[in-house]
Design a binder for this molecule. Structure first.
Ligand SMILES: C[S@@+](CC[C@H](N)C(=O)[O-])C[C@H]1O[C@@H](n2cnc3c(N)ncnc32)[C@H](O)[C@@H]1O
Length: 239
């Protein structure tokens, strides 16, 4: 039956797929997945690779360039959503796999918005996935929020000037989207009065063989050994 299901595949470890996700992926005719460029692998696809039957299922990689140019983004979303709609309208049972959960900083958000506009009658289901920051919390053994604590989630690869003010009003700060900006974040946190004995935990490539997890304090951070990767998380918790 033709339909579209967006699936959060979790942070990278195939054992963290939900039962519902596994069933939907196995039942699909077409598995669509995002990648940053034609010659780059799709991380979401790698997570579900062992479930695929390539003799029966079509695998379609769609590119989403890592750019902030609004024109390129707009045309990318339109092109990819049109391709997705083409598959579904061709009578296929289509799944779109995405890392973590589909509604946290995911390409799916733009696909959904575009499809709702262009194909308002399309039958769409969304299966949530385990969010990277909660995987990280489990690995480090730290709560993302407790009691009256206020949490902020910051995408590090955008303008960081407002973070100083946010830091003054947050107990826990989660930085996602590109560890290469975390150096700047440390300065901002210190300037905004985050105590030196605050927890400072960093994770990179969680759920893969390259995984790195470090638990420090803000005062103990030495810059040289921080993450260099886009797939990084930083959790800072006020002491
Ligand atoms: C485009 S966002 C996708 C977030 C995802 N939808 C989620 O629910 O976690 C990508 C960012 O999520 C974080 N991330 C996702 N998976 C990760 C992993 N396996 N290891 C480390 N960071 C990860 C990183 O901050 C990365 O830059």
């Amino acid at each position: 039956m033709s339909r579209l299901t967006a699936i959060g595949v979790g942070p990278g470890d195939p054992d963290l797929l939900t039962v519902k996700a596994v069933r939907a992926i196995r039942e699909a005719d077409t598995v669509m997945c995002p990648a940053s460029a034609e010659d780059r692998p799709s991380i979401a696809l790698a997570v579900v690779e062992s479930l695929l039957d390539r003799s029966r299922q079509d695998i379609i990689k769609m590119t989403f360039p890592m750019t902030k140019d609004p024109d390129i983004l707009e045309s990318t979303w339109k092109r990819n959503a049109a391709q997705m709609a083409g598959e579904v309208n061709g009578g296929r049972n289509v799944v779109y796999v995405t890392v973590g959960d589909p509604y946290l900083y995911s390409t799916w958000i733009y696909m959904h918005r575009e499809l709702e506009r262009s194909h308002p009658d399309m039958d769409i289901t969304v299966i949530p996935g385990i969010v990277s920051m909660f995987t990280f919390a489990s690995k480090v053994g730290v709560s993302i929020a407790e009691g009256a604590e206020k949490v902020s989630i910051i995408p590090s690869c955008y303008e960081l000037s407002s973070v100083r003010e946010i830091a003054r009003n947050s107990d826990v700060m989660v930085f996602l989207k590109d560890g290469r900006y975390f150096d700047q974040v440390i300065d901002i946190l210190k300037e905004s009065g985050f105590p030196d004995d605050s927890l400072f935990a960093i994770g990179q490539d969680l759920g893969t063989e390259q995984e790195i997890v470090r638990r420090l304090t803000l005062g103990d951070v030495d810059r040289g050994v921080l993450t260099t990767k886009y797939f990084s998380i930083l959790v800072v918790k006020r002491a």
